[in-house]
Design a binder for this molecule. Structure first.
Ligand SMILES: *Cc1c(COP(=O)(O)O)cnc(C)c1O
Length: 425
């Protein structure tokens, strides 16, 4: 038996109180889209363990890739050494990410890849003799991770700015994108950013944003015109563009990378979450030759080097996961998930407590008028045999791509049932 009492007394879980923690459910195994609880119940997983487990749990190909690599070496330092899994992974990332991104920095987690991206942007301008360009501009309602530089560009209200206000680098925020995906956005939507860059570009190193999908802050899908407009303004005012595709990368939005919806390339790209198929922690920051060449000018070196940089097990998992994805009919799978989500979540829109239903790729969102009671919601879902973890006013799902129609139906009907009960209160 898992010692839940010890867990409660001694283990932090994400965003929890140690005094009054929310209940946690003990898991003993997972396979395909199912989580197995200690008490024998199985749950259909609607979260893909926070966007990451795109091929499902215990995929034989990724399992074998890791076991194989384990037989060679689990880890070796990346300073002064290199290995095939890292090279294989970098080849795939250079080939498949948007054009121009050619230099790959491997690191431990999404938040660290954002730190690396910010550091690269700052070092780029320092190398070019413009050391005043140290600030970032970003749309409100974004989420970029929990480390300090990442926190400084998270939404100033829903992020942790109030808590750490004395310690965070102040950044420039502009209004969040407001035109939904699929619609043309009016040029005025970019006025605030244009004015900011016009007056402050001398001190702004980069704009950072989540392309097309504002994820953890909001679960909102915005117009590709907005993203194209930001790219153009960055070029006009000599400011770098950092695209944080940690959540959207590897097919989730219906394109391999969300930047493709707008046909743009950023100067710096962050990847994480689904990179290893959800097996091991790994992230990557890619940049263009222009960025790397400037940093490396006159003997310059990029000042970052995590202990577990390029971990071979994680790289082997990532190579296997990317190959699996590209060899699968992923566009068709995601299109099928998308259309099923549209059909089956749409009825929620008619419920009184529901503000909006949104679907893009393999992401479904039901936004309620009121925040949900997380503990009660989780109990409700577990009793119905599904795993969903709402936050705030958002019920959402982003299942593994291998989910079948009946399994997805179990998730959408549980969401409808929950939305209906909350509306009745
Ligand atoms: C999850 C996430 C991060 C942080 O990644 P971690 O691996 O949790 O550090 C950063 N940016 C976006 C867009 C994310 O969704």
């Amino acid at each position: 038996m898992i010692d839940l009492d010890f867990d409660r007394q001694h283990l932090w879980h994400p965003y929890t109180s140690m005094q009054n923690p929310l209940p946690v459910y003990p898991v003993v195994g997972a396979r395909g889209v199912h989580l197995q609880l200690e008490d024998g119940r199985t749950l259909v997983d609607g979260m893909a363990s926070w966007w990451s487990v795109i091929h499902g749990y215990r995929h034989p190909v990724i399992d074998a890739a890791i076991t194989d690599q384990l037989g060679r070496m689990a880890h070796v330092m990346f300073g002064g050494l290199t290995h095939d899994p890292a090279v294989q992974l970098a080849q795939r990332l250079v080939q498949w990410t948007p054009p121009g991104l050619e230099q790959v920095f491997l690191c431990d987690s999404g938040s660290v890849s954002v730190e690396v991206a910010i550091k690269q942007a700052l070092q780029y301008w320092i190398s070019l003799g413009r050391p005043r360009k140290v600030r970032l501009a970003t749309p409100r309602r974004g989420y970029h991770g929990d480390t300090f530089a990442a926190m400084s560009v998270c939404d100033p209200v829903t992020g942790m700015h109030h808590l750490f206000s004395g310690a965070l680098q102040p950044q420039y925020f502009v209004a969040a994108p407001a035109t939904p995906f699929g619609q043309a956005c009016v040029p005025q939507e970019l006025d605030e950013l244009r004015q900011l860059l016009a007056s402050r570009h001398e001190e702004i190193a980069a704009v950072i944003l989540e392309p097309i999908v504002q994820g953890a802050g909001r679960m909102y899908f915005y117009s590709a015109d907005y993203l194209r407009g930001v790219r153009a303004l960055c070029d006009e005012y000599d400011v770098l563009l950092i695209a944080d595709e940690i959540a959207t990368g590897f097919g989730r939005s219906g394109k391999l990378f969300a930047c493709e919806h707008a046909g743009i390339s950023p100067d710096i790209l962050c990847l994480g979450k689904a990179l290893t198929g959800g097996y091991l922690t790994l992230a990557a920051t890619l940049c263009t030759r222009r960025v790397s060449a400037a940093i490396s000018r006159a003997g310059g070196v990029f000042m970052h080097g995590p202990t577990f940089m390029g971990n071979p097990l994680a790289c082997a998992a990532a190579v296997a996961s990317i190959d699996l994805l590209l060899q699968s009919p992923w566009q068709a799978s995601i299109a099928a998930i998308e259309s099923q989500l549209r059909v089956e979540l749409q009825p929620c829109a008619a419920l009184p407590g529901v503000r909006e239903v949104r679907v893009l790729g393999a992401i479904g969102v039901v936004e309620l008028a009121q925040p949900v009671d997380m503990a009660a919601a989780q109990r409700f879902f577990v009793e119905r045999g599904v795993w969903l973890r709402p936050f705030g006013r958002l019920l959402y799902l982003m299942p593994p791509y291998i989910i079948t129609a009946p399994e997805l139906r179990a998730l959408t009907s549980a969401i409808y049932a929950f939305a209906r009960t909350t509306a009745a209160h």
